[in-house]
Design a protein around this ligand. Sequence first.
Ligand code: NAD
Length: 308
Amino acid sequence: MDIARIAVHDSVAAACPPAGVAESLRGLDRSVEVVGDDASFDAGDCVVTFSPREAFLDAAWVHGVRAGYDAFDVSAYEAAGTALTNSTGIHGDTVPETVVGYLTAVARRLHVYRDRQRQREWRQEPYDAAFTLSGERVCVVGLGTIGRGVAERADALGMEVVGVRRSGDPVDGVERVYAPDDLRAAAADARFVVLCCPLTEETEGLVDAALLDAMRADAYLVNVARGPVVGEDALLAALDDGEIAGAALDAHWEEPLPPDHPLWDRESVLITPHVAAATNRYHEDVAALVRENVERISRGDPLQNRVA
Ligand code: NAD
């Protein structure tokens, strides 16, 4: 593979300015340009993109600017001989910091007071509504870049951290690691269950009625993974029936979440519009991954973060 041109597709705008990514790649001895859907590609091209397009299969290599690559047809890339890489590895601070924000808001009731501030309402929550994160148990599902970042921070806050990992091998800061088959046991005693796994055939609908039923009535579900990892109807029913106390959701079943969705009106649910990974340096972080792989290609080394 020999890359002559890096084409930054304008769909990247969903994550950060495409021109910022292009600018951050200028130092490379390659032609760099921002392209739209009218562009065509050949074996000398790398395409940096947020969304897949059929035309990208003509390029040598496609880099997705997100960690999740569930939107891409991996087998089509394999069949076309087009390399596909993702952006795993750059969300180890952003998403975990957002998760700490959700946990702290819920424990210290900040989301409730922010709502009341809008009404200029000076009203305190009942004495026993607030709690401390210290001493509470968090169950982190998926111990990759994001999950480890969550575990590390939760540990530093004095939380008891358990996790779910396919290999079941121990992880620093995680007191007990469960296998995916033991998810229910892992989640049962947790005050927070934080989803940090990719959306795959295995994880679609992972959080179903049985899991929500097994969770504590005062537990919160946090989803920074992908919407379909959670059963939508199951979550709505669990909230209605008081099987769990609330949720913090950054990833949704349909994005944008429709304005008439019943979750918008729930005080116990924090909704963010898929921004857990947002940062003013996103363009540089993506460019650093692309640059590293361009250099690897020059050296004849295998691509980092290759998924097809
Ligand atoms: P990663 O690849 O570093 O980690 C994912 C981990 O999940 C891996 O260790 C993998 O082995 C594990 N895993 C896979 N299936 C599992 C299962 N059934 N049970 C338990 N663990 C399982 O990826 P990451 O950067 O940590 O990102 C994880 C996911 O988070 C992404 O795939 C993406 O969907 C989502 N994400 C969301 C945002 C956001 O803005 N909300 C940002 C980045 C990533």
